[in-house]
Design a protein around this ligand. Structure first.
Ligand SMILES: Cc1ncc(COP(=O)(O)O)c(C=O)c1O
Length: 428
């Protein structure tokens, strides 16, 4: 690593401008107790900082960049769109094309609406579910993160977990009074909630594979069980696929596990790193959305043509034969390689992946809930994080975040990562 201090100096300037120096809390590195480098540019699987350090990186903008940084196909498509204007506030072709393309892989998305972020998408899905069912309560799982809207911040993952925040100040008790939380992978707890509030629950929402308390997969039968319970009660089942969408498989988590939700949300990959979100699902449910029905929802930049062009070009490359499978294989190799190397040094460690999304915990595991995840050795994670960084590998700066591999992470990049991991585990 270079000895220059441009990143450090610049970050101290940022701290006077932005809370914690950042525009989204987990970027602050608070949970690993340091200061982030300042990005100068991204290229393929690498980030470069202001001090000319190069990092192999496994965040990919926290998921969206399935092709790595600045792929030429996306640059070209967005540039072409920019020449025609980038925001019309009127219907245009790109939103139709992207909607159709997403629907081709996720047919349960019978009708949809684009938003500008994942937060908005889930926030609006909650309103739609309440408007459709006439019920008030929603059920979510401990450690699942669904964006930063008020009703969904109860026992959330991501920054809320990373920073160990108990609850969010400024959220009125009345606003979360109808948010019920249960442990992930605990079907009996979900059944008990439905027994306690029959015909009162509008929607059960979850990350079908958790990525916001670290990587936590569903136990076999869990998603199917949720489908049965929600259907029996008349509650809507919503898969928040903002992270898992086009990441765990091309047909997303619902295709991978063969469980079809009533409502679903997307973001991240579908915008190729531009600010794009989406919610939708059953046509009869979406019929309540204005102007068809009484549930109001709107957005000045929704369906933004530049974002749509980025999403379309990203999906065109990502869905080419073999691209996803090869990236998923690279992800499995990374995960297996990490486990083998940790074992060499007798370090309690568990890791896993679904498609191109992965995670690891410094504990023996298995990890099936946020409670399990919290048993990890975070001090050890912190040492590992910095040791990897020192060797030019940038991992998510928290034990409670997932990692992402892109098509630009070729075999030699994975191998270089595993060499860094070997040296890092040796020093723990
Ligand atoms: C599962 C899930 N839902 C919703 C969101 C919120 O999306 P955004 O950050 O685009 O508002 C995230 C963000 O990480 C997410 O992972």
């Amino acid at each position: 690593m270079s000895e220059e201090r441009k990143s450090a100096d610049f970050f101290s300037e940022c701290q006077s401008l932005f809370p914690g120096g950042v525009n989204s809390p987990v970027r602050s590195w608070r949970s690993v107790g340091g200061e982030p480098f300042i990005v100068e540019r991204g290229e393929g699987p690498y980030l470069f900082d202001l001090d000319n350090n190069r990092y192999i990186e496994y965040l990919n903008s926290w998921g969206p960049l399935v092709l790595g940084h600045a792929p030429s196909a996306v640059i070209e498509a967005v540039t072409q769109q920019l020449a025609k204007g980038w925001s019309y506030g009127a219907p245009a072709v790109p939103e139709f094309l992207l909607g159709k393309e997403i629907q081709r892989f996720v047919p349960a998305l019978e009708m949809m609406r684009f938003t500008s972020s994942g937060t908005e998408a889930v926030m609006h899905a909650v309103r739609v579910a309440r408007g459709f069912t006439g019920r008030q309560k929603i059920v979510k799982f401990e450690g699942c993160y669904h964006g930063a809207s008020d009703p969904l911040l109860a026992k959330a993952g991501s920054g809320v977990a990373t920073l160990g925040l108990p609850d969010c100040a400024g959220v009125l008790p009345a606003v979360v009074a109808d948010t019920l939380t249960v442990p992930f992978n605990d079907l009996a707890a979900v059944e008990a909630i439905f027994d306690a509030y029959p015909n009162e629950i509008a929607m059960l929402v979850l990350e079908p594979v958790i990525g916001n308390s670290g990587y936590i997969p569903p136990r076999p039968g869990f998603l199917e069980g949720l489908r049965t319970l929600t259907r029996r009660d008349g509650a809507l089942l919503c898969f928040d696929e903002v992270m898992t969408g086009f990441r765990v498989s091309l047909t997303s988590a619902q295709g991978l596990f063969g469980v079809t939700p009533d409502l679903m949300t997307f973001g991240k990959v579908i915008g190729g790193g531009f600010p794009v979100g989406l919610y939708g699902g059953r046509k009869d449910v979406m019929n309540v959305v204005a102007p068809l029905g009484p549930v109001y929802q709107a957005g000045t930049l929704s369906g933004n043509p530049a974002g749509m062009a980025a999403g379309l070009a990203t999906l065109a490359e990502w869905t080419k034969p073999g691209v996803f499978d090869k990236t998923a294989e690279a992800t499995s190799n990374l995960v297996q390689g990490l486990m083998e190397r940790a074992k060499r040094f007798n370090i309690p460690f568990t890791a896993g992946n679904s498609g191109t999304m992965f995670g690891f915990f410094f504990q023996d595991g298995p990890v099936y809930s946020y409670e399990d995840a919290k048993r990890s050795d975070v001090a050890r994670f912190k040492k590992f994080f910095y040791s990897m960084l020192e060797r030019g590998v940038y991992l998510a700066p928290s034990q409670f975040e997932a990692g992402f591999v892109s098509a630009a992470h070729t075999g030699d990049v994975i191998e270089a990562t595993l060499e860094a991991a070997h040296e890092s585990f040796k020093q723990l």
